[in-house]
Every structure is written in C-alpha cells, then in structure tokens.
Design a protein around this ligand. Sequence first.
Ligand code: HEC
Length: 321
Amino acid sequence: MNKPLLSFILAVAGWAVFHYGVFPVFTPEEPGWILNRYVYYLVFTAYLIAVNVAMKLQPPMALRGLYVFMMGYYFYDSILYPHVPWTLFITYMMLWAIGTFLYVSQDPVTFREFRAPIVKTIVGEYKMARIVVFTVLPFLVGWATYNSLYPKFAEPVELRTVHPAPPATTKVHGKTYALEEVSNPFRVDEQDNYKDSFPFLDADKSEYMKYVTEGGTVFFENCHYCHGDQLNGLGMFSHVFNPTPANFIDPGTIAMLQESFLFWRVAKGGPGLPNESTPWSSAMPPWEEHLTTDEIWKVILFEYWYTGWHPRTFDEESSVG
Ligand code: HEC
C-alpha cells in the first residue's frame, strides 16, 4: 500500500476513534484536573506523530501541512473550552493557516514538495484528482454560495393583540350600535343614566337580580363549557383551545373592559376579531347567531355580577373591583 495513503487512513481512523471513543470521557465534565481535554489533545497529537514515525511513513509535505492545519482546526473547534466566538475562531484559523504556511515553506525544498501534488493536479499528471477537483469544486463553491445567500429567516414572530381596538360601530341583528355610546340596557336607570353598579333599578334589587339570573341561565346553557362554571376560564372544553377561553376572574379581562366591548366580542366571537388579533384561531363562537341582543346584554351583566368586577366606563380610567 502506498505510504502517504496509509498515513492518511491512519490519521483519519485514529481521529475517529479518539474523537468518538475517547473524547466523550472528557466532556462535558473532565474526570480530573490533570486528566483534562488538553491532555487528551496532546495524547492524540502524540499518537499522530508516533504512528508516522514508528511505521516510517514519511508523509509528504502537503499531507503534513494538512495535518498541522487540521490539528489547529480541531483544537479551536472542539478542544478549546469554552468555545471561542465565531469571529475569533476565524481570526485564529487565519493565524494558524499563516503558521502552517510558514511551516511548509520553511525552505525551498519543502515548499517544492508541498506544491508538487497541487501542480501535478493542475497540469493533469494526477488525472483522477484533476477530474474530481475541477468538477466537485465548482459544485461545492456553488452550493456554499447558494447556502449563504438563501434566506433562512424564521417566520416573523406574530404578536397577537388580545384586546384589539373595537370597531366604531357593529351591527348585531340588523341594528347598528355605536360602541362608544352604547351601554348595557339592563344597567341604565330610569333617567337613562349609565350606572356601573347597583342597586338602582329598584330598592330591593329584585329586578336587577332577575336580569342577572337570566344572564346566568344563558351562561350555564352556553358559556360554561369553555369559560368554566366558576368563570375562571377552566371549562371542561377549555384545555383543547389555544388561545384558552378568557378567565373572567382575572383582572386582565372583563375587569378592564367596557361592556360595549364585551357586547361586540360576544356577538362577533373569534371570527369577528380584526387582523391584529390574528393569527389565532379563537374558539369563541359568534353568539349573535344563537342569542338575542337582550340575552347577550344579560349574560354580560351576569359575568360582572358573578365576578364582582365593575365594567370600565367611559369617563373613568380604571375600574374598581
Ligand atoms: C367554544 C368555547 C367557548 C364558548 C362556548 C364561549 N367562549 Fe368566550 N371565549 C372563548 C375563547 C377561546 C376566548 C378567548 C379568545 C378570544 O378572545 O376570542 C373567549 C373570549 C371571550 C370574551 C373576551 C374576553 C376578553 O378578555 O377579551 C368574552 C367576553 C367571552 N368569551 C364571553 C363569552 C360568553 C358570554 C359566552 C357564552 C354566551 C362564551 N364566551 C362562550 C371560547 C368560548
């Protein structure tokens, strides 16, 4: 067998055995402070020198140059710990390449020896090598160029707005509501004043409670499957939905919203969400298809009554729990 080839095979096979068989012992934790990864590296270097010397392989200069360069690569890529940043790695490898070049060009004889295989490949003395180099290389360069130019962006992060700005008006059951003006008809007193609290309709709250109860019926007939019978968003179906059904106990949902906003959301559901709230496949049904306008207002009344939150009103900045 020709000696340079044997030397090369021993180097590659030796590296494979060392790297995959021995090196894992030193990662991620070294067995001891003397027995560390740098000692491993020295042992591997010693192996490389030893086989070539002991078997009198006398690898040609080009191969030696390759060994030296690859040992540097191996060191900075796998041995040195912690791993150096990419830019520093390139810098070190450039210095290492210069060092390797100095090594192979230390005198004209070694340099000629180093150049010989390259020249022979180019002029066609090594036919096979020439064919391989001149067909494979353009492909490799092409592939590398393609790979570096082809955009690899991750999909843009889409931020979803949980509480989008509502439209100015919404049409429910043929009637158009200006959301900034509309208020819960079951919460307005005789003078048409909007109240965020009770009692006001009658002294013993019986009328108010009647609407709340009716709203509760609507809730337990339609909503509790998702929003939970404690209104905490943990209904029996809630676990399969993403986004999860709103938790009305949480101060971040109905407590900070106006009733007209809820009216719009309940009537239009997930399909009625504007673009900034997509993509999210909200399972919230458009309730206008199943409930009357009054039922929607009543279930909203019930949600505030049950949770104890007060809806946010137009003049107040925040609501009181
Ligand atoms: C199939 C499950 C499901 C049912 C049934 C359901 N919801 Fe929802 N609901 C959701 C999901 C999921 C969300 C959260 C995503 C969103 O805002 O669209 C939600 C959100 C809401 C919101 C918005 C809360 C906020 O903070 O913006 C309100 C209000 C609401 N639901 C009320 C109701 C009412 C009232 C009913 C019954 C009439 C009901 N939901 C029935 C799934 C459901």
